[in-house]
Design a protein around this ligand. Structure first.
Ligand code: HEM
Length: 247
């Protein structure tokens, strides 16, 4: 979500190979933890086994909020780059790097959030239902479908960081603006398919999450409108004075 000039300034800081290795290892690591932890923690074996294990459902719900929070952080940093707030802290290049990292981290948490629900006997999804949007007939297919579309959109937007030279800056920017739609899909999916929505903390969470992004977006629109109507004549910075030579 950085402006075109700033997007040119800050190149992707995670290469494609690291991105794929990161996604796979994060997902495998989380799944292995779920499988191996019961060996050390017998009570967890009870939660993960039996006829109606609840742990998968709890894990899916917990990682859902982690994923949405990371998406929020990535969006907030992206908007802070374009509305110039990031110049105050942590600096635009750092904000851009964190923006990219947290987006990838959030994607990995979303994969886990979706896969781990396969263990829940109440929701009872199949792998195919997980992959095909709107096919989860046993549980809120429309709103779960919104989450599935949101996930695919997220995966596409994250991948475009790596194919920017191929698709060109214009298409890249166009796709990157899709982040707003992706966030809306994620938050509406959470609100309308989540068990925690009726609780006060979840409702506060959703309000603060969306409200703070709307504030940053409005501020961004204000900054770009001011810049458009009252352009500042930026004088080129003079080159540093030559170092005095010892004579
Ligand atoms: C393949 C994609 C996805 C699938 C199959 C999926 C599935 C689900 C299901 C079944 C629930 C209901 C769980 C429950 O509370 O009983 C849920 C809730 C939720 N999901 Fe997703 N989801 C997906 C993608 C996403 C994405 C992209 C986000 C946002 C980053 C997200 C965030 C949430 C949140 C915040 C909740 C609410 C959890 C709660 O209230 O406890 N999900 N998801």
């Amino acid at each position: 979500m950085a402006t075109p000039s700033e997007q040119v300034e800050y190149e992707s800081s995670v290469n494609l190979q690291s991105f794929l290795v990161f996604l796979v290892s994060m997902t495998v690591g989380l799944l292995v933890a779920v499988l191996l932890l019961p060996a050390w923690l017998p009570n967890m074996a009870f939660s993960l086994g039996g006829d109606a294990p609840k742990a998968y459902w709890y894990l899916s719900r917990a990682t859902a909020f982690v994923a949405l929070s990371l998406l929020w952080l990535s969006m907030a940093l992206g908007l802070s780059i374009t509305n110039k707030m990031a110049r105050l802290w942590p600096g635009a290049p750092a904000a851009f790097a964190i923006h990219e990292y947290v987006s990838l981290l959030g994607l990995a948490f979303t994969i886990f959030h979706a896969i781990v629900i396969l263990g829940d006997h109440y929701i009872n999804f199949t792998l195919l239902q997980l992959l095909i949007p709107f096919s989860t007939t046993a549980y809120r297919p429309f709103w779960v479908g919104m989450g599935q579309i949101g996930f695919y959109a997220w995966a596409i937007i994250a991948t475009t960081f790596y194919i920017r030279p191929v698709i060109g800056q214009k298409s890249w920017r166009f796709l990157h603006y899709g982040s707003f739609g992706m966030y809306l899909l994620g938050i509406f999916h959470g609100i309308f398919s989540g068990t925690d929505t009726p609780t006060v903390w979840a409702q506060n969470y959703y309000w603060y999450s969306a409200g703070s992004l709307i504030f940053l977006l409005m501020y961004r629109i204000l900054v770009s409108t001011i810049e458009k109507f009252f352009p500042q004549n930026k004088k080129p910075t003079p080159p540093p004075a030559p170092r005095p030579t010892q004579g």
